[in-house]
Design a protein around this ligand. Sequence first.
Ligand code: MRU
Length: 362
Amino acid sequence: MVLPEFDSLPATLAWDNDSLSIIDQTRLPRDTVIETLTTAFEVWRAIHELRVRGAPAIGVAAAYGLCVSMQPSRGLPLEAFRAELIEQAAYLDSARPTAVNLNWSLKRMLRAAGQSRAADAASLYRVLVEEATQIHREDQWLCEQIGKHGLPLITAGCGVLTHCNAGALATTGLGTATAPMYIAHREGIAFRVYADETRPLLQGARLTAYELHQAGIDVTLITDGMAASLMARRKVDVVIVGADRVAANGDFANKIGTLSLAIASRHFGVPFYVACPSSTLDLQTPNGSTIVIEERHGDEVTHLAGRQIAPTGVKVLNPAFDVTPHDLVTGFITERGIIARPFEANLAAMFQTQAAAASTAS
Ligand code: MRU
């Protein structure tokens, strides 16, 4: 449960009594399996295998995951604990390359440890837990703010299209792209959502359709190839997607297929918004050309639900994300409001303090 009024939303993860548990998102929507992560490897694997996924959720999981990773070291001398902390953070950071929230949250954990005057390893461990809890709380707050700022985009009778899952399951709150939808629904606004199924791992079908349907929102599942034709039929009034990393000029990485959606939106004159908290901004990266795109195993494309659907030995491309150039974006829905063009100047003006803090920590 995220907030009392949104109790249909699944808890993506929980930290209780120094124990980290997640919903295994690879099993949804058929099975709700809660997994407790007890070692650094289990946390790394959960992120790498998308059991916990979505940029903000990865960030929160990594923060708590670093605490889990450091639990066996609580009896070490302080300096040895600090050295181990740096190694464990680097290890977790290697789980996935594209979502900046992973690196952002681990750096923030290291910064908190670096600034702490804790006298021993056990006390420094408590500082880490406090920082992770703070990152978790902030994530929920960020989603709510994005929801409030994005709310005016959801008007009575409108059609909203989204891609992948930038929902409650991708965060620890109301989601990013879905936050305006949840708030609009709570306010009694009637609208419809089209959820792209999102090949190859079907986050749209398995997760977005699941959580919106659970919440009673009018959601229709579509295949990825249908989006442009729905736009041509004037069924889509606005597109809202999430992001894994937003560069300083507004180019952004998100789930593969986002770029095609942005191009179609431009062609049909549909406003195209990106919902992203400041934890997803990477103002150190000038533009999208240097964003590292995760390449995943070809089996994800040649197989569907464990069954082979393509010829054995066929060549496969499987980048998990693509980069959409900023000129296709109408605006960024952030916790501080909707950022309009020119993005480079406006993102910097709004968020340069965070960027400076992040660069001192790197
Ligand atoms: O590979 P995934 O499922 O982690 O990809 C998720 C996305 O691309 C989301 O759109 C993005 O992380 C934003 S989540 C609020």
